[in-house]
Ligand binder design. Structure first.
Ligand code: SAH
Ligand code: SF4
Ligand code: F3S
Length: 511
């Protein structure tokens, strides 16, 4: 591990604390994560570590103590929360769903848009009362926001109720960070900008017993001009194929029914491993051979989506016929300024290639509206592309400038009310298509992974179809955790109702 790049908060406790100017106080002990440095991707190869253990001195640190983690943002963060829960339980902390009962509260944060960050600052503010009532509670901020210099400075200056800030590359350091926070009166800040490591054997407590996340790679090197993720998550680094395959086998043996392979940009899988001629298509082909009923993957960048991958997905088997393929914009100039490295035409060509191999595929996407200087015509190109592709659904976002990204420095002549108006117009198109697509399932039989009873009624079960559509149906609790066949009897705006036809009993796993 690279100790020089470690930002140690430890020395802080030996200094005398001044009255007001906290930023000055931290200046000489704390080097903030630097966005410019993050952009210079290290050439050094990735180091794989398999030696994580809970050191003797930390064992039992959590005995008699409870923890609460609030997770914001994407699946990557949800999965990191499972790892932090694993580490905390290995330290003998127990989980609680009630923040007021907790002795350690962690906010696993997201930096993708300004409103995501504002939510977190709001929550840190709320936690001030908890700290007043229970001065011994430890409050930690981790996840993507903690990799941002401005956020770390703001917390140090204005949120003295925070005890720990640690970055996305420091999760495995949680035992040491906690111990330091117990010993120290000052805020413990540990954010590494170093990102060349993959740590394999971290403990995990998965939130569900039916579906599981499997990281296949970390980080992102695409540097889309609006996006903070390459800075907060570091450079692209793939896990070794054998590690992923053995994790999937293990999940299958434990009875998991569905896995989602995770990465910011899964199509780039394997490209960073020197001498390895093995990509996402190859990995999926190997996972296809494993006895696990459902495999999904996200997120796909259209740039790296190759023919091998299309061929493997088209073979079907346990790979679900749903591809989330963010397009962001339907206009070439905007795509160019976004740094997406594909054109409207090449995107449409890719969709055609995918559909030729897999006619029944469900495609969903992400779109950003109101990019700096986006014209009405450029916006209409996005609407036009949406209709042409006929996406089943989309996540739509108002562009949010992120400090340190190239787009944040662009002049922008589009008034906010215009941007909001475009978002509303796009959302109408999206809603129309989503409803229309769902309506087309009426009367059909669909395969559903039954995830559990609805919150209000035990006899009403819910799950997702192979194409990720939510469906509710009456059935016995025995169906939970199994693939069931359901006939669609009613379709609504975002979900469907159906009647159970049969429960498909799982076969013996031979992995
Ligand atoms: N790695 C994925 C996306 C991760 S972020 C990919 O490249 O497809 C999820 C979505 O958030 C993006 O697809 C984009 O639509 C949106 N997004 C990212 N940065 C944004 C910003 N600065 N403002 C608004 N939306 C943003
Ligand atoms: Fe962000 Fe682009 Fe990377 Fe996706 S591919 S995480 S949008 S930089
Ligand atoms: Fe947010 Fe970080 Fe994910 S910025 S979207 S939590 S990678």
């Amino acid at each position: 591990m690279n100790e020089e790049s470690r930002l140690a908060g430890a020395e802080a406790q030996t200094e005398q604390q001044p009255e007001k100017d906290y930023s000055k106080y931290f200046e000489h002990v704390y080097q903030p994560p630097n966005l410019k440095d993050a952009k210079k991707r290290g050439k050094e190869s990735i180091q794989y570590h398999n030696d994580f253990t809970i050191e003797e001195k930390y064992k039992g640190l959590g005995r008699g103590r409870k923890f609460f983690i609030r997770t914001y943002g994407c699946q990557m963060n949800e999965h990191d929360t499972e790892v932090m829960a694993g580490i905390l339980e290995a330290l003998e902390y127990t989980a609680t769903n009630d923040v007021n009962e907790a002795d350690v509260v962690l906010l696993n944060t997201c930096a993708i848009r300004e409103n995501a960050e504002n939510k977190v600052f709001g929550e840190i503010g709320h936690l001030k009362h908890l700290k007043l009532e229970k001065p011994d509670v430890l409050i930690g901020v981790c996840g993507c926001m903690s990799q941002e210099e401005s956020v770390v400075n703001k917390i140090m200056k204005s949120y003295q109720n925070v005890d720990m800030i640690f970055g996305t590359h420091n999760i495995h350091r949680l035992p040491a960070i906690l111990e330091e926070a117990y010993m120290s009166k000052a805020m413990v800040v540990e954010v590494w900008s170093k990102e060349g490591d993959v740590i394999e054997n971290l403990p995990k407590v998965r939130t569900g017993k039916i579906k599981a996340w499997v990281n296949i790679m970390y980080g992102c090197d695409k540097f889309c001009t609006y996006c903070i993720v390459p800075f907060t998550r570091g450079k692209e680094r793939s896990r070794l194929p054998q590690e992923i395959i053995s994790e999937v086998r293990d999940l299958a043996r434990q009875g998991y029914q569905e896995i989602t392979l995770l990465g910011q940009n899964v199509n780039a899988y394997g490209k960073d491993i020197e001498g390895l001629d093995y990509g996402l298509g190859d990995l999926m082909a190997d996972i296809q051979k494993i006895d696990i009923p459902r495999v999904r993957f996200m997120t796909s960048h259209p740039w790296d989506f190759d023919d091998r991958l299309i061929e493997v997905i088209a073979r079907g088997g346990n790979i679900m016929p749903h591809i989330h393929l963010p397009v962001q914009s339907g206009n070439n100039e905007v795509l160019k300024i976004m740094g997406r490295k594909y054109t409207r035409e090449s995107y449409l060509q890719l969709v055609e290639d995918i559909r030729r191999a897999l006619p029944d595929v469900a495609l969903t996407t992400d779109i950003i509206v109101g990019y700096p200087n986006e014209t009405e015509e450029q916006f209409l190109d996005t609407i036009d592309l949406y209709e042409r592709v006929g996406f089943e659904h989309a996540y739509t976002y108002l562009y949010s400038p992120r400090e340190g990204t190239p787009a944040a420095n662009m002049q922008d002549n589009v008034p906010m009310r215009e941007k909001k108006d475009r978002l509303q117009r796009l959302n109408k198109v999206v809603e129309h298509h989503t409803e229309h697509k769902l309506a087309s399932y009426l009367g059909q039989e669909v395969l559903v992974l039954c995830e559990g009873p609805s919150k209000k009624n035990d006899a009403i079960l819910a799950g997702y179809t192979d194409k990720s559509k939510l469906i509710n149906f009456a059935g016995p609790l025995d169906a939970v955790g199994k693939i069931v066949r359901v006939r669609v009897t009613e379709t609504k705006r975002y979900s469907m109702n159906g009647e159970l036809i049969e429960i498909i009993e799982p076969v013996e796993v031979a992995n």
